[in-house]
Design a protein around this ligand. Structure first.
Ligand code: IPE
Ligand code: IPE
Ligand code: MG
Length: 247
């Protein structure tokens, strides 16, 4: 039985988030430079986006560039920004054909002007698409996001625009406002950390770690993660017996 046929399509995670890691190490294992790994990683992005949309996943969030990644060698940062522009331009047609809406979370104003302009153009062009939202985390870090939310929330509170502060109100100030929390987080490349990704939103997500490097992570690996997820019991603080009573 293929892995895909083991997936219960009626209980798919609505939102899957992925920390795409291991491009550099994959390239090294092939005797190539890191940039080659990033190029091959783009192919995985294409395949996983298509696979997720075809299955019926509603939100796919990809950690593409962290705020910490600005500290990489200048040439690598520039190559990644150029690759982003190229990929967005190349993928626009596929986004339209498959009705994929692009969203971006992160400190978009910190992107180089050309990258930002291309991104805004693709965001705008795909804004009415409805099959799946592809959320790119760009110049993103969760501590930046939470601090930024707290600043704007306290300003609104002082001006009397909001009267109470609770979890739901706070979440509206995050860059993920209107996006449901991910049920499943995947990280590739055998690293077991969050690297400043979605610290608020992942509070109750299931985590799936694989040793595969991102350029090796394709449809079968994605199906495997979903099958694994579907075998888990999500208790949200309750007992197993309580969960079984509900089902
Ligand atoms: C992930 O691969 C891509 C980005 C962070 C932009 P890496 O570039 O982190 O690859 P490794 O972890 O060094 O192998
Ligand atoms: C996390 O990967 C960020 C992205 C995938 C964009 P890194 O490779 O930058 O993470 P660390 O620094 O090894 O934790
Ligand atoms: Mg890495």
């Amino acid at each position: 039985m293929s892995l895909k046929s083991k997936i219960d399509l009626l209980h798919l995670p609505k939102h899957i988030a992925i920390i795409m890691d291991g491009n550099g190490r994959w390239a090294k294992s092939q005797g190539k430079d890191r940039i080659f790994g990033h190029h091959e990683g783009v192919e995985s992005v294409r395949v996983i986006t298509e696979t997720a949309a075809n299955l019926g996943v509603k939100y796919l969030t990809l950690y593409a560039f962290s705020k910490e990644n600005w500290n990489r060698p200048k040439a690598e940062v520039e190559a990644l920004m150029d690759l982003l522009v190229l990929s967005l331009e190349n993928e626009l047609e596929t986004f339209q054909k498959n009705s994929i809406r692009l969203l971006a979370i992160g400190d978009i104003d910190s992107l180089p002007p050309k990258t930002k302009a291309t991104l805004l153009r693709v965001l705008e062009s795909t804004s009415n698409n409805s099959r799946m939202s592809l959320v790119l985390a760009l110049s993103y870090s969760a501590r930046w996001e939470i601090t930024d939310a707290a600043k704007r929330l306290s300003a609104d509170f002082q001006e009397g625009k909001i009267k109470v502060i609770d979890e739901n109100i706070f979440a509206k100030y995050l860059t993920t406002n209107n996006i449901p929390d991910p049920e499943l987080l995947i990280r590739t490349s055998g690293e077991y950390r969050l690297s400043n990704f979605l610290l608020w939103q992942l509070a109750y997500s299931e985590m799936y770690f694989t040793n595969k490097y991102w350029p090796e992570f394709r449809a079968e690996e994605f199906y495997e993660a979903i099958v694994d997820f579907q075998g888990r019991e999500r208790r949200f603080g309750k007992t197993s017996e309580q969960i079984k009573e509900i089902n």
